[in-house]
Design a protein around this ligand. Structure first.
Ligand code: NAD
Length: 475
């Protein structure tokens, strides 16, 4: 570890950011071969540059990782308004205020301090277990949070000593590339390191496949829906897969209904329900069902009646083609505002309405499908056991996220065990599962089928054992 203190690192970071701010826009030519501050046209060039970047990072002191991460966090925080607006304008989904918020909270992603060395000493000497990098990591990022996912991955992966090649979602590629340019420029200025983050400017399924198969890529981390999760699991490389979810909420008769309603709105309305952890359907017991619906209306929700729900369902989904098919979400409604969805079915909602909701039965496609829009279906359950059974069925075994509002410890335990989800949140909104109002740290990549959980710097390290026989026992 170098002798640089946190204060000197902070000072360097601030000076670099101040100088970058003053520099004329088209100042120095890009210093990288064939690339534009980490943005490349081909996977081969990007991997070659990231490989060189990895060699440089491996030679650099740990303090260089700390500086790089601090710069990325500060850029996300201080430039959140501009970058969030660019992401919103490009992707046209979600909410501007939440796009900005998602960048500001990148500072909550843990860094180098998360790495630890384990040691064991005894009669036979001393053994250290060190957490070492993989090398170049191939990262696939979603459109729902293009730059936040990328930035969170950068912090985790560089903390672990790795460099990256990113294939962003084509509809969020411009902002992802802009972020990469800004991060690399700042890192280069402060540390001299180049190409710690590389990205394919015009990503396609072919460029994703090229990354999956590239010999220079040592590990994959994909964040996205079922198709990319499947493709990564089928690749021959080790893959960390942050896959899809369809988080159910159970509310029983012992719950605080005001807290339950507020929590459902907070989680499901966040970025218009784009988050994989966001509340997607509610199974509430008969005894409190009507009271819960009424409570939702008091805290920012707008209840649709059955014919309005029918109208919304018709425009929000394409029906299955045959018996083997399922309903498909119509992309044009994904991440749109509640007021927009309402307007599309001829309903005018009060200003400030964050979420639409209403009673449906299980057969409505809003229940099984991951709608990613601010309408949440509420389904009447006979009792809490019935509600848990339904939650289990409609989570589809993704083992991603589930929630319960209850004061009955038995019910909570039963659901926790039955669901077996990566995140299980009791009496709070879904973001509490990522340390936002709950305990714990943040990441935008929650590895579900492959089991790493909320990813951290340790996720992107290999354990290496270093053994000294006999001589180093000092007690
Ligand atoms: P998406 O699956 O359409 O795209 C995700 C990424 O995968 C994109 O970069 C896309 O280009 C790529 N991709 C898609 N199909 C591919 C294939 N066959 N081969 C290679 N690459 C492929 O998802 P999206 O709409 O961008 O994001 C929303 C989805 O991601 C939701 O299902 C959500 O639950 C999930 N998600 C999960 C997490 C998590 O941490 N578990 C986080 C965010 C989003």
């Amino acid at each position: 570890m170098s002798t640089a203190t946190p204060d000197t690192i902070r000072q360097v970071v601030q000076e670099v950011l101040a100088q970058l701010g003053k520099a004329p826009k088209a100042a120095a030519p890009a210093p990288f071969k064939n690339g534009d501050w980490g943005v490349f046209q081909s996977v081969d060039d990007a991997v070659a540059a990231a490989t060189e970047g990895f060699e440089q990072l491996s030679e650099a002191p740990m303090a260089a990782r700390v500086t790089a991460i601090e710069l990325v966090k500060q850029i996300c925080e201080t430039q959140a308004e501009e970058l969030g607006r660019l992401e919103f304008e490009e992707t046209k989904i979600g909410r501007l205020d939440h796009k900005i918020q998602k960048l500001k909270i990148i500072k909550l992603v843990p860094g180098v301090e998360f790495l630890r060395t384990d040691a064991k000493s005894g009669d036979h000497g001393i053994t250290l277990t060190e957490y070492a990098p993989f090398g170049v990591i191939g990262a696939i990022t979603p459109v729902t949070h293009s730059l936040p996912t990328l930035a969170g991955n950068v912090v985790n992966m560089i903390a672990g000593g790795n460099t990256m090649v990113v294939n962003p979602h084509p509809s969020g590629a411009r902002i992802a590339c802009e972020g990469v340019r800004r991060f690399n420029k700042a890192i280069h200025k402060a540390t001299g390191l180049e190409n710690l983050i590389t990205i394919v400017e015009k990503p396609t399924l072919e460029s994703a496949a090229a990354i999956f198969g590239h010999r220079g890529v040592k590990l994959l981390c994909v964040t996205g829906g079922p198709a990319v999760a499947r493709a990564a699991m089928e690749s021959r490389k080790k893959a960390i897969v942050a896959g899809p979810g369809n988080p159910p909420v159970v509310v029983d008769e012992t719950a605080c209904l005001e807290n339950a309603a507020k929590s459902i709105i907070t989680g499901a309305a966040f970025d218009n329900n784009l988050l994989c952890i966001g509340e997607k359907e509610v199974f509430a017991v008969e005894k409190i069902f009507d009271d819960l619906l009424a409570q939702m209306g008091r805290v920012g929700g707008y209840q649709l009646n059955p014919s309005q729900i029918d109208a919304l369902t018709k425009i929000a989904f394409t029906p299955p083609k045959d018996a083997k098919d399922h309903y498909h979400v119509n992309k044009e409604f994904v991440g749109k505002d509640a007021s927009y969805l309402a307007e599309m079915i001829g309903v005018k909602v009060p200003a400030g309405t964050e979420l639409l909701y209403g009673e449906t039965d299980e057969s409505n496609p809003f229940v099984p499908e991951e709608q990613m829009m601010p309408f949440v279906p509420f389904i009447r359950a006979k009792n809490v056991n019935h509600a848990i059974d339904l939650a289990l069925e409609y989570e589809h075994g993704f083992r991603h996220t589930s929630l319960i509002h209850s004061r009955n410890v038995r019910a909570m335990t039963k659901m926790g065990r039955a669901m077996d989800t990566t995140l299980f949140i009791k009496n709070g909104p879904s973001p509490a599962g990522l340390g936002l109002g709950g305990e714990g740290f943040l990441s935008f990549s929650i590895a579900t089928p492959t089991g790493e959980g909320v990813t951290s710097p340790l996720t992107f390290t290999r354990q290496r054992r270093c053994v000294m026989v006999d001589e180093l026992r000092v007690i």
